[in-house]
Design a protein around this ligand. Structure first.
Ligand SMILES: Cc1cc2nc3c(=O)[nH]c(=O)nc-3n(C[C@H](O)[C@H](O)[C@H](O)COP(=O)(O)OP(=O)(O)OC[C@H]3O[C@@H](n4cnc5c(N)ncnc54)[C@H](O)[C@@H]3O)c2cc1C
Ligand code: HEM
Length: 393
């Protein structure tokens, strides 16, 4: 437990550090990657270029420092981050490296203003925060379904919609027994790839579109091409990996999951809202709900560019047909159909709502739902990028 003096210094200096947050983390990453180039195989190069992860890691350390005397209040946020860390195989020995370079960056940016007392207090604070992560992640490693990145063989590759490839993979060796895997709707796996046009190994998360493991582990990947840039891993998976090839996967992770207390009741409907490839975790939730209790009312809301981009249409229709009370609403943006706050006002209330899509889509849906007084506890979401960037937006 940090001393009262440490707490006082840390709290007094958080605002100053927040002001210099971007500068501190820019220096931090530059120095850390200079000294530990091997970490470039873990961090997402594109997030680095776009400055996304910079904000997430640094801002979380500062946010955590504000709650130093009671870090337990941050457990939900820490748990979500720790799932990502476990999926990426971040280990206890990585924490002192991050701590050393974060402290070094604070010194470098604040200059003389960072006296010994301040640095000592922040060292103590970082160690305490890191310890919370390390302990939580230790528990996750003990429970992971397999160790590290294991080889899987691709047994099926099909088109779920234009630019969306659906993969089924099975363990390449006998260490992992498909029948014993306990997948959960909403989870993601993490692939480890070595794309030819990159100097580094690249890790990416992909949500399971089914929590059944009888055929294998199933995920779907959209070609992520924006502006003149082609997404590194998604294009690699589309263009270079096929049936019979091997891919490395770490065990399923994530805490985006159906509220189990509500699955068996029929008063509070399940509302599933997704756009584009964001349908993946939401589809697995639909499947899980229908299997567990087909009597619960379900509202299915899906948005995409047009019919060609409509992902998993027939699979969704089959599942909805198996449920008792269903509303289905499809929005094709190319046809000018708009999913906005005015439309969201039609949704039942109370409802248990799950949202997944692009950052822009989710921001507008979540804002709309909040304005319509759906409480934070009823709205669950999974961004396909750092969660912090959405929370800070
Ligand atoms: C929990 C979670 C679950 C996910 N589930 C899925 C899923 O089920 N299906 C799915 O398809 N994706 C999913 N994703 C997203 C996925 O992990 C990848 O982020 C996505 O495939 C893009 O990776 P990439 O390597 O192809 O693109 P990257 O190389 O990481 O590029 C990302 C984007 O940035 C653009 N870009 C690249 N460089 C630049 C630059 N210099 N300037 C401007 N723009 C640039 C690219 O065009 C691309 O649009 C999920 C993500 C998370 C966090
Ligand atoms: C107390 C220390 C740490 C904090 C507060 C922290 C915080 C975060 C946050 C907020 C995210 C974004 C989560 C999301 O996607 O929603 C993240 C992701 C990530 N963290 Fe950490 N982290 C810490 C330590 C570490 C360490 C020690 C490493 C490894 C050296 C690490 C590597 C990563 C990587 C690789 C990602 C994925 C994002 C990317 O690749 O761009 N983190 N962390």
């Amino acid at each position: 437990m940090a001393s009262p003096q440490t707490l006082e210094i840390v709290k007094a200096t958080v605002p100053v550090l927040e002001e210099h947050g971007t500068a501190i983390t820019t220096v931090f990453y530059k120095n850390m990657f200079n000294e530990h180039p091997e970490l470039l195989d873990i961090f997402n190069e594109t997030n680095q270029k776009l400055g996304r992860q910079q904000t997430a890691l640094a801002m979380t350390v500062l946010a955590a420092a504000k709650h130093l005397e009671n870090l337990a209040t941050l457990l939900p946020q820490v748990t979500q981050i720790s799932h990502k860390h476990r999926a990426l195989q971040i280990l206890p020995e990585h924490y002192p490296i991050v701590g050393h370079h974060l402290l070094g960056a604070i010194k470098e940016v604040l200059g003389e203003a960072a006296n010994d007392d301040i640095i000592d207090a922040w060292t103590e604070a970082y160690d305490e925060i890191a310890d919370v992560f390390i302990q939580l992640e230790r528990g996750m490693y003990e429970q992971e379904m397999w160790e590290g990145f294991a080889p899987f063989t691709i047994t099926e590759k099909s088109e779920a919609a234009t630019d969306i490839a659906a993969f089924t993979v099975v363990p390449a060796n006998d260490d992992i027994d498909l029948n014993k895997l306990k997948l959960s709707a909403g989870q993601y796996i993490t692939v480890k790839t070595d794309p030819k046009d990159s100097d580094h190994i690249a890790l990416r998360h992909y949500s399971l579109y089914s929590a059944h493991s009888d055929k294998g582990i199933q995920f779907a990947v959209r070609r992520d091409n924006r502006n003149e840039y082609n997404g590194l891993v998604s294009n690699y998976l589309h263009d270079h990996l096929d049936v019979g090839d091997t891919i490395l996967l770490s065990a399923p992770a994530g805490d985006f999951e159906l509220n189990q207390d509500l699955v068996q009741q029929n008063e509070i409907p399940l509302v599933l809202v997704s756009a584009g490839v964001g349908v993946t975790p939401i589809l697995s939730m639909l499947e899980a709900q229908v299997a567990a209790n087909p009597l619960r009312p379900i509202v299915w809301v899906y948005a995409c560019q047009n019919k060609e981009h409509h992902a998993f249409e027939s699979k969704v229709n089959e599942l909805l047909a198996a449920a008792e009370i269903v509303e289905k609403h499809i929005f094709y943006f190319d046809s000018g159909q708009i999913l906005d706050e005015a439309w969201l006002a039609n949704l039942p209330k109370p409802a248990d709502i799950y949202v997944c899509g692009s950052m822009m889509f989710m921001e507008s849906i979540i804002d709309g739902l909040m304005n319509l007084d759906h409480g934070v506890d009823s709205v669950h979401y999974e961004p396909f990028g750092p969660k912090m960037s959405l929370e800070l937006a």
